[in-house]
Ligand binder design. Structure first.
Ligand code: PL4
Length: 401
């Protein structure tokens, strides 16, 4: 008999989001006529916009022709898309060869965890996207979530009390620091000063920051950094991951990218980029060619305009949800530069509150405790949904909570 991987056994059997799906299904079984509205999983709902959809369609049709057919491509991605990301997202500060196209930010997180290996010590924002911790546990980077022991993992509390930015003076040195801004789930965006102090902290400790910028397009306030590379010295200490999932509605299409700057080196001076290239060429076969054509269209003038309108659509939802919560006297954060609203709910724990909102309003949310210990007592509301559904969810909450 094969012995089970001990690291997998250290995880609770269900990942957060499938657990939410399971509870939603159970609720429907008990209440077959319930008209459930999901403000839970951050999944896009609006159609891909015309210019981008047409690029996807043309690419798919091209594959059915002798001239347009392509098979395996370069594992690092199409040169044209890498160039577009370099110029449109990073104003040329990052070169195309430092950009690696992928099938999404989540998949890149997993491959980065493989690259850094089981001895890496990590720090994460608490609360944060659960893949940072769960994936690290799978890699054996410390921790037994079942026993509530987190070994090597350092939790950096980010709560309303510290304005959602960790007290770096109290954080021990780790190899990796996961940092997501705008943050999922709190919706908080780090300022330039805060990111400068984070980069300084990483430089002092010789740590590597894994900066998750999946929601950068949702930043609307001026002066807030959209990429870690706006900070001087970041290229020596930071990897950035990003995605077309939320901005272009590619959650199902699957397309993202990572940036590993040439300047980023290991302790022995070996370039991290060379290892990343090795991982990508060995464990990945490149992003879908159709998706990459969509990505190229998303970054031209028309595509960027469309992305802006899609983002604005979801941000109208965010503002509706935030206002509804505030009208109920609930302390709410986020929803201004991020498609998530983070609400402090009094009374019971997060899962109980999740059940209460589901029972009373037929609205699915995400319990804050799923994002880390500091998320207990909070509920995350996602702004991804049709306007009419979100309006209806808000009305139900105003009536029934
Ligand atoms: C549900 C901070 C959502 N099954 O689509 P990707 O892989 O390019 O991006 C995933 C991702 C990366 N980084 C951050 C994210 O918040 C997400 C997506 N998170 C959420 O509701 O928190 C979707 C989650 C999905 C999952 O587990 O990723």
């Amino acid at each position: 008999m094969v012995k089970r991987n001990i690291n997998i056994a250290r995880l609770p059997s269900a990942y957060l989001f499938p657990e939410i799906g399971k509870r939603k299904k159970m609720h429907l079984e008990k209440n077959p006529n319930a008209k459930i509205i999901s403000l839970g999983i951050g999944n896009t709902t609006e159609p891909i916009t015309p210019h981008i959809a047409s690029a996807l369609k043309n690419a798919a049709q091209g594959l059915g022709t002798v001239d347009g057919y392509t098979g395996y491509g370069e594992e690092q991605g199409m040169p044209e898309l890498r160039k577009k990301i370099s110029s449109q997202v990073y104003n040329g500060k990052i070169s195309p060869e430092e950009v690696f196209i992928s099938d999404g930010a989540k998949c890149d997180i997993a491959r980065l965890q493989v690259m850094f290996g089981s001895n890496a010590k990590i720090a994460v924002q608490d609360p944060s996207y659960p893949v940072y911790v769960d994936g690290s546990i799978i890699m054996g980077q410390g921790g037994d979530a079942v026993k509530g022991q987190f070994g090597n993992i350092v939790y950096m509390q980010c709560t309303p009390e510290n304005n959602f930015f960790p007290d770096l003076g109290k954080i021990p040195k780790t190899d990796l620091i996961y940092f997501c801004s705008p943050n999922n789930p709190t919706g908080a965006v780090a300022t330039k000063e805060q990111l400068t102090s984070l980069v300084g902290f990483a430089r002092k400790n010789a740590s590597i920051i894994i900066f998750d910028a999946a929601y950068s397009e949702f930043i609307s306030e001026r002066g807030l950094p959209k990429t870690i590379y706006e900070i001087d010295g970041a290229k020596e200490v930071a990897i950035e991951i990003n995605s077309f999932s939320k901005s272009a509605g590619f959650t199902g299409v699957r397309l993202g990218w990572s940036v590993v700057p040439n300047e980023l080196k290991y302790a022995d001076g070996y370039p991290v980029r060379s290892d990343w290239n090795r991982i990508v060429t060995t464990l990945f076969n490149g992003a879908s060619n159709i998706a990459q054509h969509g990505g190229i269209a998303a970054l031209d003038d028309k595509g960027l305009k469309e992305i802006k309108s899609l983002v604005s659509y979801y941000m109208e939802n965010a503002s509706m949800i935030r206002s509804a919560l505030e009208s109920l006297g609930i302390e709410a954060y986020g929803g201004i530069n991020a498609p998530y609203i983070w609400a402090r709910m009094t009374g019971k724990n997060s899962w109980d509150t999740f059940e209460r909102i589901l029972d009373k309003c037929n609205v699915v949310t995400t319990p804050g405790s799923g994002f880390g210990p500091a998320g207990e007592g909070f509920i995350r509301f996602s702004a991804f949904g049709h306007h009419a559904d979100v309006r209806e969810a808000c009305d139900r909450m105003k009536r029934n909570l």
